[in-house]
Design a protein around this ligand. Structure first.
Ligand code: AMP
Length: 188
């Protein structure tokens, strides 16, 4: 089974993905993590990516597609992916379908964590203390939230039409959300 987890920055996608990976033996693919790894390597591409990520804008679809294509072709994880932070726009959603199709796979379930901007601001500032990410500050958090609403919400419509979308109230406790997600996965 392949899953996508959606939600604005700070919605708890990473936390929930970690839980799902352990409970359902999946492989976590976060484009944010893949991009941060490129930045750490301090390559020319990494520097280019760093300036975009630090502004809270989206990295080009081409760069992200290349990273995803490399991961999806790993046969040991076939049909065990949970995509987090990807796709972020309609073009990426169509690219993902294409890449999965080439690898004889598809998306089976899309989870959407709904969280308000007020909660996001609070969580991002808490995360800033723990993880010290350069893009975790109030100004960038608001920008990333707006980018999410503008570019990513239309992708959710795309999956709604395919009847594979499940919406989850992300304002509740981590344990309550874990339980709801597990129950959904168990019925698939
Ligand atoms: P995240 O860790 O998912 O919050 O992503 C952090 C940042 O990485 C985002 O604000 C974007 O700048 C960039 N990023 C992550 N995933 C994507 C994607 N699928 N497409 C474009 N940019 C992305």
């Amino acid at each position: 089974m392949n899953i996508i987890i959606f939600g604005p920055p700070g919605a708890g996608k990473g936390t929930q993905s970690d839980f799902i990976v352990k409970r359902h033996n999946l492989f976590h693919v976060s484009t944010g993590d893949l991009l941060r790894n490129e930045i750490k390597k301090k390559t020319q591409l990494g520097e280019q990516i760093s300036s975009i990520v630090n502004k809270g804008s989206l990295v080009s679809d081409e760069i992200v597609s290349t990273l995803i294509r490399n991961v999806v072709s790993l046969v040991e994880y076939k049909n065990r992916f949970i995509f987090d932070g990807y796709p972020r726009n309609l073009l990426q959603a169509k690219n993902l379908d294409k890449i999965l199709n080439e690898n004889k796979q598809k998306i089976d379930l899309v989870l959407k964590l709904s969280v308000s901007l007020d909660t996001i601001k609070k969580r991002i500032l808490e995360r800033q203390v723990l993880e010290k990410r350069a893009d975790d500050n109030e100004e960038t958090a608001i920008k990333r939230f707006k980018t999410y609403e503008l570019s990513t919400e239309p992708v959710i419509e795309y999956y709604k039409k395919l009847n594979i979308l499940k919406e989850i109230n992300g304002e509740r406790s981590i344990t309550q959300i874990n339980k709801e997600i597990s129950d959904i996965i168990d019925t698939i």
